[in-house]
Design a binder for this molecule. Structure first.
Ligand code: ACO
Length: 332
């Protein structure tokens, strides 16, 4: 049997209608538009409606995929959902999405890797495709970060936004799609970025709610440092071992946590501005949805065409991180 690669053949996105801009935050906490822009690059972010959960946003992203491409939900074999904001502990968001979109022949599961979720899910999906047993795998990155954000904590609330995204992976015998990947984890990062309550360690109680344990906690400075170092190391290793030069890369699509992190990575990878995808200004940090939002916006703005080489890098809670070298497969 010939070697199989996994290529992205379709994609879709959904961003909620409601927008919170930096001036809205000036009314909510002790901050300024200038501080947020200068320190993060974020200008606005979308916030889901009260009755809109991660599975709803993922399902709407799939509806967008169906408007753009001819995709039959009954042909889907597997659904992988990267999210740290599942609708509930169980059933999985994958099961909820499967029911919503009518993918009745698919099985699936959720995957928790915070901001590296999409890269981890893509790595899983491509292994299923490469096995030859799976023909159509849907990968979702969908997050309602507003559900776990403390809107009284200025150090985190300005950072996050909500969005749903999905991509479809299919096999190809050509040298395209996911060419190579690096995925890593170091659990020592558990103390820098986490949500304390709600799980089996601190089950939900009046006390955990009173102590605000159901929100994101982040020690921003060390996270910033580890994010830059690890994304640069993974990206460098990947391009070196594939004999690719930095100038061969059409686009660097990093996780969008902070524009200063992206700028630092791009500079250390020796990339020009026009090689770097930045859309954090429009969405904030949407965790597992940032990289697919980057891919889709790049395509929609004619920055990604068939045979272009893209480098994806991610870093998130855990710590988790990784990089993927992707040869884009869809013509403009
Ligand atoms: N407005 C005004 N001042 C603020 C705000 C705000 N919104 N937030 C924090 N400050 C203040 C702090 O209180 C502090 O004041 P002090 O000096 O009087 O104590 C000062 O600004 C500096 O605070 P730092 O936290 O040191 O600011 P920093 O420059 O590091 O920026 C930030 C903070 C934006 C969070 C940055 O550290 C960062 O981007 N970190 C990485 C984020 C990331 O990559 N996350 C990973 C993915 S998230 C996930 O996986 C779910």
């Amino acid at each position: 049997m010939k070697n199989l690669n996994a290529k992205i053949t379709a994609f879709g996105k959904y961003v909620p209608e409601k927008v919170l801009d930096n001036f809205d935050f000036e009314e909510m906490v002790d901050t300024t538009d200038k501080w947020i822009r200068d320190r993060t690059g974020i200008v606005e972010r979308h916030i889901a409606a009260d009755d809109e959960a991660s599975s709803d946003m993922g399902s709407k992203a799939f509806a967008d995929m169906q408007e753009r491409f001819d995709v039959d939900p009954e042909e889907i074999d597997l659904i992988l959902v990267a999210t740290i904001t599942p609708d509930m502990f169980f059933p999985s968001t994958a099961a909820l999405i499967q029911d919503n979109i009518g993918a009745k022949n698919a099985w699936g599961f959720d995957l928790s890797a915070a901001c590296s979720g999409f890269v981890f899910a893509l790595e899983n999906a491509r292994r299923f495709i490469e096995s030859g047993d799976y023909k159509k795998v849907l990968v979702f990155g969908t997050e309602k970060m507003s559900a776990i954000t403390d809107y009284e904590d200025r150090s985190t609330c300005v950072l996050f936004g909500d969005a749903g995204t999905c991509v479809l992976l299919e096999p190809t015998e050509d040298e395209e799609g996911v060419l190579d990947s690096i995925v890593k984890m170091d659990g020592m990062g558990k103390d820098f970025l986490y949500m304390k309550g709600g799980g089996s360690r601190n089950p939900a109680s009046h006390e955990t709610v009173d102590k605000k344990m159901h929100y994101i906690y982040q020690n921003g400075r060390p996270v910033f440092k580890y994010a830059v170092n690890n994304m640069v190391d993974a990206g460098t290793e990947l391009i070196e071992r594939n004999g690719v030069s930095n100038q061969d890369l059409s686009l660097f699509i990093p996780h969008q946590a902070n524009k200063r992190i992206i700028d630092a990575c791009a500079s250390r990878l020796d990339l020009d501005d026009d090689q770097v995808m930045i859309n954090i200004d429009k969405y904030g940090n949407t965790t597992a949805a940032t990289i697919p939002l980057g891919i889709i916006d790049a395509y929609d703005n004619s920055r990604l065409d068939k045979n272009d080489l893209a480098l994806l890098t991610a870093f998130g809670g855990g710590f988790t991180w990784g990089a993927i070298l992707l040869k884009w497969s869809i013509e403009q």
